[in-house]
Design a protein around this ligand. Structure first.
Ligand SMILES: O=P(O)(O)OC[C@H]1O[C@H](O)[C@H](O)[C@@H](O)[C@@H]1O
Length: 544
């Protein structure tokens, strides 16, 4: 932990970076000049196993990087990271460790929290997931009418949903266990009704995932699903399993007759994909061995994150560049654009991971921060994104982009070459050209056809989208998020910002219950705007 009163924005290196950012506005530092420099690609890229990170089209020079490494040193990021992975209670507001990295540790070394070796508990859950998925696959565990499961419905929201959806989509090509996966996250009844049209209840296994087991949406959807299964004449208990933290209200274990998998309070929801939160659905969907390969990839990136020195540390370098773009060059948004459809759900996951972790207003020691922490993250796969919001990227308000490219697609391509190139080659032509166009721009006499350029991007390349590489990708973004927080000296592991809206919803729920039980109940005591909406809900239409 940094010393009390520490604010990164008050440090001499922060001031040097501010001055340097002014310098970087000069025309000779326009990206169209920088990308011409010999050896730039070599100097501003990093390779680690199947992973290549190219930041040659970021608005940086050697001096920028040196100052950023000085910033990392000033913020003591390596020591903070070591404290985290060794089980110190870095989540100070909740007095918890933050040990998602333990969920994919295979070193055999103990990691102790409050005198308990958490690895023993994690290993036990791994064995339980392996046994359970094998039994579902061979039909030993089946539905109440004896039929083998064919559908999985994941009932969970936020961190108990988004990461699993990202990985399941990314590895769809490996999902050969004869199970279809559905996600029931939103309390919006459309979500439930749509899933009903897609499943066969007799062959459906519901996985209720909630760390707290108090999340209103998840509890409501679990009850809806249970009522539906019962109405279908099934023994609902045989169609449900749960994933929840040890000791939560849902941790009833064997006494309830429902198989329960534990995750732990030292694993935050948005960091929980490699715990039972992702592990139960993914080992059913893909097979345990593939889930394990995915864990191996994450673990391997964790080791790189912990040990690689700053200039070679890919998550740290990308975190520093993110901070450079945000706090010094003034960009307030960041796009994640994978040129790979299997990564279509990456951006929503990174969005939660980053924005919920780093959208904070105080330092870890409760001092108000005076620079922004966190940016708006959004994204869509390319080339689709080019045909929707890239106009803004090229000529409107600029935002940095993370391009992601995959060298070998998951499916072999046939010989068809519509324009003399395969579809994958066409995809790559676009991936390469977009980053160039954004960086270099184009002069024109006509103002509407002028491209200012100087718009920064990075490109992440992976050899393929194997389970191992998807694990690396996940762990890379997790580590980048944590490193940013450690530089800003904020706590990325709590999320009190999501509470206020929930509290107000609780009050409104009480009002709705009152009207449900007594049609005469008046909303007259409420403010005019709230009253309007509640009256419309009960009237079932807008006013005439
Ligand atoms: O897993 P649960 O306890 O049901 O929580 C589900 C989600 O809801 C919360 O409101 C938080 O915003 C998320 O961080 C969390 O992942």
């Amino acid at each position: 932990m940094a010393e009390k009163g520490f604010r990164i924005s008050k440090t001499p290196v922060w001031k040097k970076l501010k001055a340097h950012a002014e310098e970087m506005k000069r025309p000779e530092y326009h990206l169209k000049q920088l990308v011409q420099q010999q050896g730039r690609m070599k100097e501003f890229s990093l390779k680690h196993v199947d992973f290549f990170y190219d930041f040659s089209r970021q608005r940086v020079t050697r001096k920028t990087m040196d100052l950023l490494f000085e910033l990392a040193k000033t913020a003591k990021v390596h020591r903070k990271y070591r404290d985290k992975v060794e089980g110190l209670k870095v989540n100070v507001t909740e007095n918890r460790a933050a040990l998602h990295t333990a969920a994919r540790s295979f070193s055999g070394q103990s990691i102790c929290v409050d005198g308990v070796n958490v690895m023993e508990e994690i290993d036990a859950v791994r064995r339980q997931m392996r046994d359970f998925s094998e039994k579902v696959h061979d039909g030993t565990v089946c539905g109440s009418t004896g039929k083998t499961f064919r559908h999985l419905v994941v009932i969970g929201i936020g961190g108990s949903y988004l990461g699993t959806e990202f990985v399941a989509n990314a590895l769809f090509a490996y999902a050969d266990k004869g199970l279809e996966l559905h996600f029931l996250s939103n309390v919006d009844s459309h979500n439930f009704e749509t899933i009903k049209t897609k499943i066969d209840p007799e062959t459906t296994l519901c996985i209720v995932i909630s760390k707290s087991f108090t999340t209103v949406e998840t509890m409501a959807n679990a009850q809806q699903m249970k009522a539906y299964m019962t109405a279908c004449g099934l023994d609902a208990m045989k169609h449900f399993v749960t994933v929840t933290s040890k000791g939560s209200p849902g941790d009833k274990g064997k006494e309830s007759g429902i198989e329960t998998f534990h995750m732990f309070d030292f694993i935050g929801g948005r960091f929980s994909v490699t715990s039972a939160v992702g592990g139960v659905p993914l080992s059913l969907y893909l097979g345990y061995d593939r889930f394990n390969q995915f864990l191996e990839g994450a673990r391997e990136m964790d080791i790189h994150t912990k040990y690689a020195p700053s200039p070679e540390n890919i998550p740290l370098v990308s975190a520093l560049i993110g901070i450079w773009n945000n706090n010094f060059l003034g960009y307030q948004a960041q796009a994640v654009i994978p040129y790979a459809s299997p990564l279509s759900k990456l951006a929503p996951h990174i969005q939660q991971l980053n924005m919920e972790s780093n959208g904070k207003s105080v330092t870890i020691n409760n001092y108000e921060i005076d620079q922004s922490s966190g940016v708006i993250i959004f994204g869509e796969p390319g080339t689709n994104a080019q045909h929707s919001f890239f106009q803004l990227a090229h000529q409107g308000h600029p935002f940095p982009i993370d391009f992601i490219g995959v060298i070998t697609p998951q499916y072999p391509e046939g010989g068809c070459r519509p324009h003399g190139v395969s579809n994958h080659q066409e995809l790559w032509a676009n991936l390469i050209s977009q980053a160039t166009a954004l960086a270099v721009g184009k002069d024109s006499e006509e103002k509407t056809r002028f491209f200012q350029g100087n718009r920064p991007s990075s490109t992440l390349l992976m050899n393929d989208l194997s389970p191992v590489n998807v694990g690396r990708l996940l762990a890379y973004y997790e580590a980048q998020t944590v490193y940013k927080a450690f530089i800003w000296d904020i706590n990325p592991f709590d999320q009190f910002g999501v509470e206020l809206g929930k509290t107000i919803a609780n009050d409104l729920r009480r009002e709705i219950v009152a009207r449900n039980t007594n049609p005469e109940h008046s909303f007259g005591h409420m403010d005019e705007i709230t009253r309007f909406y509640l009256e419309r809900l009960f009237a079932g239409r807008l006013p005439l």
